[in-house]
Ligand binder design. Structure first.
Ligand code: NAD
Ligand code: MG
Length: 293
């Protein structure tokens, strides 16, 4: 990951083979296999002894962040949906291979009591909490307002927005100065696609919440920041996006290809580490060159 090279050709470019999954999706069914850093991420002791909780940590961006954090010296609690148990166990094995502790926390975050339990179990098993990565998300596509359904919007907000408040409230008494909260927004939160209105409004809300909560928590020495990815090769895509868009996935970006999950890990490491001490309330765009405003 530190060898200078042309980023245009560093990772697979479209076209991708047509493929569809049902949510929440499985990385083992993806072609080509995504790179979460399993063999490519090189750690440099940037998070020594830190204790992290990551939601959506079984696959995609969360999996890449979990692997990176362990290689940077952190213990990691993994939150994911119960049907993703096997993928989460693979991540736990990779963390333990680094000599770090992994905690497995299956559960649906759309229920406040589950969010609280996940934080409480993290604190009990890791002995504290320094880094909270609120990354889990769902992305139904709805092409027309005529097909709008209240239950879809309720689901998107319950999965993508409410956990910001629930997890942070539960974590608050445990966070000490130097702690960091990191959210995952999206380019969709700034430049929405027509068929992603429900998702996009949730992602705009995440970036907005990040700015508000950062101002609230900095007086306690806790920094809140976010990452806004562009198109990234994760199961979210074949689970929610039709094949005609999968085949050309990422083509519209200036770099002309999708990002790989491992390419998202470095900003999450930077924002978790003390090296970003003066970065507060920011959402860093990682989009392959597509402007976010
Ligand atoms: P992913 O499917 O690998 O990860 C999303 C994870 O969210 C799932 O693995 C699942 O564990 C979790 N999740 C979903 N609903 C949940 C619920 N109700 N309770 C508990 N966990 C739940 O896909 P990803 O692309 O890595 O997604 C991670 C984040 O990145 C999401 O917030 C997504 O919106 C965001 N994002 C992704 C892209 C992209 O192109 N892949 C672009 C911008 C933003
Ligand atoms: Mg998953």
């Amino acid at each position: 990951m530190y060898t200078p090279q042309d980023p245009n050709t560093q990772f697979p470019r479209p076209p991708f083979p047509p493929q569809q999954q049902t949510g929440p999706g499985d990385i083992r069914k993806m072609d080509p296999a995504p790179d979460h850093g399993e063999t490519s991420y090189i750690g440099n002791n940037r998070l020594p002894g830190r204790k992290a909780l990551i939601t959506g940590a079984d696959s995609g961006i969360g999996r890449a962040v979990a692997i990176a954090y362990a290689r940077e010296g952190a213990d990691v609690a993994l939150s994911y949906l119960p049907e993703e148990q096997e993928q989460a166990e693979e991540v736990a094995a990779l963390i333990e291979k680094e000599g770090r502790k992994a905690v497995l926390l299956p559960g649906d975050l759309q229920d406040e009591s589950v969010d609280k339990e996940i934080v409480d179990k993290t604190v009990a098993e890791l002995g504290g909490l320094d880094i909270l990565v609120i990354n889990a998300g769902t992305m139904p596509t709805v092409d027309s307002i005529d097909d709008f359904e209240t239950k879809t919007l309720d689901h998107v907000l319950k999965a993508n927005i409410y956990p910001l408040f629930w997890l942070t409230k539960a974590a608050s008494p445990h966070l000490r100065p130097g702690a960091s909260i990191i959210t995952t927004s999206s380019i969709q939160g700034f430049v929405p696609s027509p068929s992603l209105a429900e998702y996009a409004v949730s992602k705009a809300g995440i970036a907005n919440w990040t700015r508000a909560m950062a101002q609230q928590l900095i007086e306690r020495g806790i920094r809140v920041n976010g990452v806004a990815p562009g198109p990234v090769w994760t199961p979210l895509q074949p689970a929610f996006v039709p094949n005609e868009k999968i085949e050309s996935f990422g083509e519209e970006t200036p770099i002309g290809r999708a990002g790989q999950p491992v390419e998202l890990a470095p900003p999450f490491v930077f924002l978790a580490s003390q090296e970003s001490s003066y970065v507060i309330g920011e959402t860093i765009a990682v989009t392959g060159g597509s402007p976010t405003h």
